[in-house]
Design a protein around this ligand. Sequence first.
Ligand code: MN
Length: 206
Amino acid sequence: MHTLPNLGYVYNALEPFIDEQTMRIHHTKHHQAYIDKLNDALKAYPELQNKKAEELIKDLNKIPEQIRTAVRNHGGGHVNHSMFWKLLKKDTKISKEFLKIIEKSFGSFDKFKQAFSEVANSLFGSGWCWLVINKNKLEIVKTSNQDNPISEGKIPIFGIDLWEHSYYIKWTSRRADYIENFYNVINWKQVEENYEKALRGSFSVI
Ligand code: MN
């Protein structure tokens, strides 16, 4: 059985950028619903029940067709949100070492921000924008719904939830403002840890 992970911080920890009510509903209702529906889908498949959620979505062709869409959506939702909570923290600073890696990949930190926001803002509908490692290079990609880049062989090290449920109470239709303010709550230590683990081949979300 998949279970809801603890946030590791209080619901108002990210105020004023992400409000308490949004965090509470997002964690206890939305994330919980993905978990419940994933568990439900796996009920008739005991051989899949002990697999990590990220293993399930890594190769969706291996999942029986009857539950493939459910695992893609709800397994993806569980993986994405489990990763997301850990990526949030206020007032963290990017390390000198990781800043160099960002600069090498994107030219400068500002150029990275600009490129990331551009891709995030260009997403149509619900989905996510990610910083991924693809063949040892850092790239920015977007995915629809609850798809995760891991299903395409890319390793996500950072991502922003662009579903309306993640920002609408506070930011209403101003998604661009939510995205711009999101840079205040990035847990850079976690991003860097994900990066290092991904390079070592030991990255795992849950
Ligand atoms: Mn969400």
